[in-house]
Design a binder for this molecule. Structure first.
Ligand SMILES: Nc1ncnc2c1ncn2[C@@H]1O[C@H](COP(=O)(O)OP(=O)(O)OP(=O)(O)O)[C@@H](O)[C@H]1O
Ligand SMILES: [Mg+2]
Length: 260
């Protein structure tokens, strides 16, 4: 599998690979009788970052979770590169390796060191030998600025540092796509910057990213595209400057008035 060989390379460099696009086609999803996603179409070009904004309850998290099958759409298709992951028989484990996700809460293993938080899935899911997994983990921890704390437990880190460990853990799997669901919402304001900095670096390196966020400045500065979700539909997508400076719909104008 592509991702295994990448993660396991001995020189620690990812092999060249074309950036992976993500496409949502007419996604519908209800919980019980309540429709949450009502025909979402969204295209994220390979190597670009799309920020998803919208009111609470509009379906942002649900949409994101459809991109790694934490939720299964009732109808419509999600494509990761060429693969329609919503087709019957899709390999969920392989999809979750290709599509990394970072949540508002960090979900680190409290009894493991920072280093082992990053190596565990490499060893257990990808079968990477311990020595190699440690090498990959150290490189990823260095990328998020945490080389010095690999022996600590998560409880001995700030929230911002814990979130960066969670990002390093996800990146260690060498994903093609990264999903972020309000990755900075649980953080004290002074810790937000470090995490957004890591995300910005990733975007600049050409990772394909879908970022649900309330950080409008990040969306404006780091995203290639911003999508406004409202009532389970994408009402507008545009380049950030266009979307923020010339919203087309009354709903988006109203939303921006509230959050800006
Ligand atoms: N597993 C579930 N079962 C039932 N209802 C759900 C489930 N997950 C989400 N919902 C409902 O679906 C709606 C959309 O939820 P979702 O979490 O996708 O919204 P959101 O845009 O991410 O909101 P927020 O900005 O508050 O995170 C909400 O009304 C929520 O209560
Ligand atoms: Mg949400």
């Amino acid at each position: 599998m592509n991702t295994v060989s990448n993660a396991a390379r001995s020189d620690g460099k990812a092999t060249h690979r074309a950036p992976t696009a993500v496409r949502f086609e007419n996604i519908h999803k209800s919980f019980g009788v309540t429709p949450i996603l009502r025909g979402v179409d969204l295209e994220v070009a390979g190597g670009t970052t799309t920020c998803v904004i919208g009111p609470s309850g509009s379906g942002k998290s649900t949409l994101l979770r459809c991109a790694n099958l934490l939720e299964v759409p009732d109808s419509g298709r999600v494509l990761i590169g060429e693969e329609a992951i919503t087709d019957r028989g899709a390999d969920v484990d392989s999809i979750r390796t290709r599509v990394g996700m970072v949540f508002q809460r960090f979900h680190l293993f409290p009894h493991h060191s920072v280093l082992n938080n990053v190596t565990l899935a490499l060893q257990q899911v990808l079968g990477v030998p311990r020595e190699k997994a440690v090498e990959i983990a150290r490189r990823r921890l260095a990328e998020v600025g945490l080389a010095a704390v690999e022996d600590r437990r998560p409880s001995q880190l700030s929230g911002g540092q814990q979130q960066r460990v969670a990002i390093a853990r996800s990146l260690a799997m060498d994903p093609e796509v990264m999903l972020f669901d309000e990755a900075t919402s649980a953080l004290d304001p002074e810790l937000v910057k470090g995490v957004l900095g890591v995300m910005r670096d990733l975007a600049q390196q050409g990772m394909t990213m879908i970022v649900v966020t309330h950080e409008m400045r990040f969306a404006r500065e780091a995203a290639h595209q911003v999508a406004f979700l409202d009532g389970g539909r994408v009402l507008e997508t545009a380049a950030p400057d266009a979307l923020f400076d010339s919203p087309q719909s009354g709903r988006l104008r109203e939303f921006l008035d509230q959050v800006l």
